[in-house]
Write a protein that binds this ligand. Structure first.
Ligand SMILES: NC(=O)c1ccc[n+]([C@@H]2O[C@H](COP(=O)([O-])OP(=O)(O)OC[C@H]3O[C@@H](n4cnc5c(N)ncnc54)[C@H](O)[C@@H]3O)[C@@H](O)[C@H]2O)c1
Length: 348
């Protein structure tokens, strides 16, 4: 059984969520003159053979990991697309997690001034978040995601059966974004996650598909309303200002992004209580219990113990001050108010 969610951006596209969907990507790709698949060195060997034979003719593999979100890799990919003879009626398929998705999306938006791309997301984080919404990027030496475009995919396939091979730390990373989305989406989503958490941790395919579908429905609603992040889309940064500082101090790649987001959400609740922004006190306790139930750290002390690292308050403040979402020198936060409601642009 698969779910189909419409993302009503301009252009609009569908997100397909279910098991064993990779072969369906061929149908979506059949209208293009030529298709190149961009994947990474972990995902390619595991899943390229699940793609239709016609799509396996032109595969470009990049090294797995965040380091591939670079201008160097982007240039190599663009050059290979030209060598393969792709024209303006061609398309790309991103087969992998958020790294491959962000890199492929940017390559698609630049190659011959823009060609379509299809996301085949294989990490939980990419399925619930990164593959939807059209943000593409590579990193600069001075920071993450600093060079990118908005380029919506032509279609997204979130095949939850690929999550079976996902390393535990990467699965946990996706769960941090699942938690964030539930808090933003409201009471029904929070209760559903509380109910489903054990089945999700057991990687039950139906529970996973239900969860991914709920997250995508919420993100689809938000990005359709605010595709360029000038207002409501900022809510998706709940927990992220703290998370980016945690990732920065630890060294990027040491703590999975979504794990840092889970801690960041705990810190956002602390700030919301301190500033009198939180209107539903019980939500902080529920969020903490749910975070723990999902096997994620609830506070900085837990992550310090788990990773044997220190996050001094002055280093956290300095790192947050350099966050690209700030206005001028003021650190701006997204803080929880009640289930399904956050306050945007709250100064730290
Ligand atoms: N564009 C957006 O809106 C958006 C949103 C959130 C995050 N991101 C970006 O996404 C990136 C993180 O994405 P990610 O967490 O998916 O990381 P990732 O793409 O690096 O994948 C994590 C690891 O899992 C491996 N992997 C992927 N799928 C697998 C599978 N099914 N089985 C086994 N191994 C598999 C990858 O090779 C990699 O080693 C970051 O660069 C972040 O900036 C983008």
């Amino acid at each position: 059984m698969s779910h189909k969610i419409l993302v009503a951006t301009n252009p609009a596209y569908e997100v397909h969520v279910g098991s064993h969907l990779l072969s369906s990507a061929a149908q979506a790709a059949s209208r293009y003159s030529k298709v190149a698949v961009i994947t990474d060195s972990n995902v390619g060997p595991l899943y390229c053979h699940n793609l239709d034979a016609s799509l396996r003719e032109h595969v470009i593999e990049v090294t797995a990991g965040e380091a591939s979100k670079s201008f160097e890799t982007l240039e190599r990919v663009l050059d290979q697309l030209n060598t393969l003879g792709l024209d303006r009626d061609a398309a790309l398929i991103a087969l992998g997690g958020g790294v491959v998705g962000d890199l492929t999306g940017l390559a698609a938006s630049l190659f011959k001034r823009g060609i379509p791309f299809i996301q085949c997301a294989t990490t939980l984080l990419a399925q619930v978040d990164a593959s939807v919404g059209g943000k593409t990027a590579v990193n600069l030496p001075s920071g993450k995601n600093l060079a990118g475009t908005f380029h919506q995919p032509a279609a997204v396939f979130a095949d939850v059966s690929t999550l079976e091979t996902l390393p535990a730390s990467e699965f946990a990373s996706g769960l941090g974004e699942v938690l964030k989305t539930a808090l933003l989406a409201g009471e029904d989503a929070i209760s559903a996650l509380e109910r489903d958490s054990e089945s999700i941790l057991d990687k039950n395919a139906e529970a996973l598909a239900r969860t991914v579908k709920r997250c995508v429905e919420f993100k689809a609603e938000v990005v359709a309303e605010d595709p360029l992040e000038s207002g409501r889309r900022k809510c998706l940064n709940l927990g992220h200002t703290f998370a980016h500082a945690i990732e920065h101090i630890a060294g990027f790649g040491v703590i999975p992004h979504g794990v840092a987001v889970a801690v960041g959400i705990g810190m956002a609740f602390e700030q919301a209580i301190e500033k009198g922004v939180l209107r539903d006190g019980a939500l902080a306790d529920r969020s903490r219990a749910l975070t723990a139930k999902l096997g994620l750290p609830t506070c900085l002390a837990e992550v310090e113990e788990a990773y044997r690292l220190r996050f001094p308050a002055d280093a956290m403040r300095a790192s947050m001050a350099s966050d690209k979402k700030n206005h001028g020198n003021q650190v701006m936060l997204v803080l929880p108010v009640r289930a399904g409601e956050v306050a945007l642009d709250v100064p730290l």
